[in-house]
Design a protein around this ligand. Structure first.
Ligand SMILES: C[S@@+](CC[C@H](N)C(=O)[O-])C[C@H]1O[C@@H](n2cnc3c(N)ncnc32)[C@H](O)[C@@H]1O
Length: 232
């Protein structure tokens, strides 16, 4: 793994225990609604062989949101993959998680065409190369498989610029320090959003990697975005 990737892994290892609490607190609970909206867009979950990968799955909230929306008996097989063991450990503690796999998103350990769908919430921003990450996801999907991204993108509107360039740098590192003693991690959170692709650039990147029907859906005036794409 690149040195940057190792540093990011250590950062997530360090915040794993307080991650869920701060996630919900800093977003005033909106992260739950955003995951629900994104998970609801995943079609075709019927049948025991429908395989879903929650990539950069962390403490498992995205997979759990989606799995809870499925009718019982559980119609799908899931895997949560992440490179931080402490994050996966939290998933294991929280619920009866599907198989948990420690894996770098840029070096997946699954065969091509293993999954019907890949979900990734707030993970793509952390990868050393977004283009390579999307390329790997395309390889893991079956033809026609769906890729759903939930992410904070570089702000481009007056409102999101004010939020991410004005309010967030003042409040988020302080609150992160106050509740988890990890100011650095929450400074990184804001910086990584401001330095990431815009939603439109990410859509173009997915198209360049061979995805079709790429659709961008803003949530709460663009604070967060959902991007759906289909493997061509
Ligand atoms: C902001 S958290 C999101 C966790 C979860 N998806 C959620 O919705 O709360 C980002 C996660 O991505 C993981 N991650 C970052 N880079 C990764 C990589 N290259 N390979 C695998 N996991 C990675 C981190 O360990 C962390 O758990």
């Amino acid at each position: 793994m690149e040195p940057m990737g190792i540093a990011i892994q250590h950062m997530f290892d360090g915040i794993a225990r307080r991650y869920d609490f701060l996630n919900h607190f800093l977003s005033a609970g909106r992260d739950k609604a955003w995951r629900k909206k994104a998970a609801g867009l995943l079609k075709g979950g019927e049948g025991g062989s429908f395989r879903v990968l929650d990539l950069c799955g962390g403490t498992g909230d995205f997979w759990k949101t989606w799995a809870d929306m499925q009718s019982a008996p559980r119609p799908a097989m899931g895997v949560i993959a992440d490179f931080s063991l402490p994050m996966l450990h939290q998933a294991r503690k929280k619920f009866q998680a599907p198989p948990l796999v420690r894996m770098d998103a840029l070096k997946p350990c699954f065969k091509p065409g293993t999954f019907d769908a890949v979900l990734c919430a707030y993970g793509m921003r952390n990868l050393d190369s977004v283009g390579s990450g999307i390329d790997e996801i395309g390889r893991l999907l079956k033809p026609g498989g769906m890729f759903i991204t939930l992410e904070f993108f570089r702000p481009t509107t007056i409102f999101t610029r004010f939020f991410y360039n004005g309010i967030a740098p003042l409040c988020i590192p302080f609150l992160g320090w106050f509740f988890s003693s990890r100011r650095q991690a929450y400074t990184y959170l804001v910086e990584s959003i401001r330095g990431f692709k815009s939603a439109a650039e990410y859509r173009d990147c997915a198209r360049d990697q061979g995805f079709k029907d790429v659709t961008v859906i803003p949530c709460d005036f663009g604070i967060s975005h959902i991007v759906t794409a289909v493997k061509g």
